[in-house]
Design a protein around this ligand. Structure first.
Ligand SMILES: Cc1cc2nc3c(=O)[nH]c(=O)nc-3n(C[C@H](O)[C@H](O)[C@H](O)COP(=O)(O)OP(=O)(O)OC[C@H]3O[C@@H](n4cnc5c(N)ncnc54)[C@H](O)[C@@H]3O)c2cc1C
Length: 496
């Protein structure tokens, strides 16, 4: 349980600054954890308000699954919420999950949500100056309020005045532009496989299903449905599955040479990456260390590409990149292999061209000329990238008001190097964001390791602001911990 306190000033003193975090998935929860730690260490006061209609914090789309077969795709040793304490998750898992867990193990994903909730709760209990509050509602609008504050309007009809707002709304549901009209209007179409409980309903029936997409979400769906019902047919244009983690992980291989041009050419970058991969395979017999070694350089390289080059990368290289970068655990791959061998999972190359509903099933016509008769079609084509199509009232309003502008290729919003949202006049202020919302700006911005660093950076800045505006602060604290202490890589100036 989280600590609950009223968000208001007391008769004894002025109201503490209010820091609102919109979204309590992994990203919002990591921001709140780091905020409470930073505020405590700086002996600063603030009310941290975590806003999300979801019943639990820390889960979001990725970690709300209850299926034990859905594993994290990163080993325990790399997923601590606190970069400076790499064993934090491991210690928690040994206490709460299994005393024999090792740093190389892949936990069920539901454990990670529980870990984040537990860590937040622990920080809230430890923090004297800062108070944590949960609001179970959606933020639907953000407008300027009095005294340079922001007025957040919530779906429960209340409003909240905030001194700083962090947007952590996560990924959008998959796009449906590929689906024929007859499928879109069918009750047998599962447009969003991440909607809580939606797959449970499908698992209860009998008969085959068709999954469109063959990435990690298809892997989840296949694991949940294959034992429950007929054949799962998975189809994508390429028919390829995500790659698999090595049984024994090697250290990342640092690229010997990457192009340093300010205006980077995509063909030159492709050549450099391919040379790095070839060189790594020659030295270690494995391409994976090459991908891991590229990771710290990605944001810098992406920033040097023009939009045309980025768009070309997405079309020509994006799928191949994702398949190699976001890999399956070995255990998952073995299970998928067994399902394929037994015929419970059939993966084919192709696209959906037309759909007929005969009343009892869907007849799905594929580009190769064959037809599948299935009870459901499940959309596993990956999250919608274009923020202008999200339909989210808060984000649509921010773009319409000029408080935010779209990021490169409309993948999220434009930000500065620390995650402050850029307004239409290029200014930045008290609005911050992280995770999928910075995908256009950084490309790799949706995995926990990137989100954790972004959350720490935002929290450090906000805590410095709170300390600087808190009249009692100088009396309470001996020194301010430096901003860079926790691996906050991109800290720039602090706007108070
Ligand atoms: C199926 C799946 C598995 C994954 N597995 C891994 C993994 O193993 N390892 C890894 O590193 N990454 C994984 N990822 C990547 C994943 O995106 C991140 O790890 C992380 O979970 C993203 O968290 P988030 O908080 O940004 O987004 P989300 O999980 O989408 O959470 C966003 C939250 O914001 C809330 N929200 C949205 N809009 C509003 C609003 N207007 N007002 C209030 N609340 C709002 C939503 O209700 C939701 O709870 C996975 C992703 C998916 C989809």
């Amino acid at each position: 349980m989280l600590s609950r306190h009223p968000v208001a000033g007391t008769a004894a003193g002025p109201a503490a600054p209010v820091l609102a975090v919109v979204g309590a998935g992994a990203a919002g929860t990591l921001v709140a954890i780091h905020l409470l730690r930073e505020l405590r260490e700086r002996a600063a006061h603030a009310d941290v308000v975590l806003i999300d209609p979801a019943p639990e914090v820390g889960q979001g789309v990725a970690f709300s699954t209850t299926d034990e077969r859905h594993l994290l795709n990163v080993p325990v040793g790399q997923l601590s919420a606190l970069a400076e304490k790499p064993e934090h998750l491991l210690d928690w898992a040994r206490c709460r999950v299994d005393p024999d867990v090792s740093a190389a193990d892949f936990l069920p994903r539901r454990c990670y949500g529980a870990y984040l909730a537990h860590t937040l709760d622990a920080e809230a209990g430890r923090c004297e100056g800062a108070r944590l509050q949960r609001r179970r509602a959606r933020a639907v609008a953000l407008q300027p309020g009095a005294d340079n504050r922001d007025r957040l309007q919530l779906s429960d009809g209340t409003t909240l005045l905030a001194d700083g707002v962090v947007l952590a709304p996560g990924i959008f549901a998959p796009g449906t532009a590929w689906a024929p009209p007859a499928l879109l209007s069918s009750r047998r179409f599962v447009a969003d496989p991440w909607e809580p409980g939606v797959l449970d309903a499908v698992a209860q029936g009998a008969g085959d299903v068709l999954v469109v997409g063959t990435g990690l979400t298809m892997v989840d769906v296949a694991q949940s449905l294959c034992s429950a019902r007929g054949t799962v047919h998975a189809v994508s244009r390429h028919g390829e599955l995500p790659k698999v983690h090595a049984a024994h992980r090697r250290p990342a291989a640092e690229p010997a040479e990457l192009p340093e041009d300010v205006d980077l050419d995509i063909a030159a970058l492709r050549r450099a990456v391919e040379a790095h991969v070839r060189d790594t395979v020659r030295r270690y017999g494995d391409w994976r260390p090459a991908m891991d070694g590229l990771r710290p350089h990605i944001a810098r390289l992406w920033a040097r590409l023009c939009d045309d080059c980025r768009a070309e990368f997405l079309v020509r290289d994006g799928r191949r990149w994702d398949a190699h970068r976001h890999r399956m655990p070995h255990r998952t791959a073995e299970q998928i292999g067994r399902l394929r061998s037994s015929g419970q999972l059939c993966v084919t190359r192709g696209a959906v061209t037309a759909v007929d509903d005969d009343g009892s099933a869907l007849l799905v016509h594929l580009s190769a000329g064959d037809t599948r008769r299935v009870t459901h079609v499940i959309n596993c084509t990956g999250p919608l990238a274009d923020i202008t199509l999200s339909g989210d009232p808060l984000l649509t309003g921010l773009l319409a008001d000029g408080r935010a502008v779209t990021g490169p290729l409309r993948m999220g919003v434009a930000t500065d190097g620390d995650g402050r949202v850029r307004a239409v006049d290029d200014s930045v202020g008290s609005l911050w964001t992280l995770g999928a919302m910075r995908r256009g700006q950084l490309w790799e911005s949706t995995a926990i390791q990137e989100i954790r660093a972004q959350a720490a950076c935002i929290a450090a800045h906000l805590a410095v602001q709170c300390a600087a505006t808190d009249p009692g602060h100088r009396r309470r604290t001996v020194h301010d911990p430096p901003l860079r202490r926790r691996g906050v890589a991109e800290v720039q100036s602090v706007v108070v």
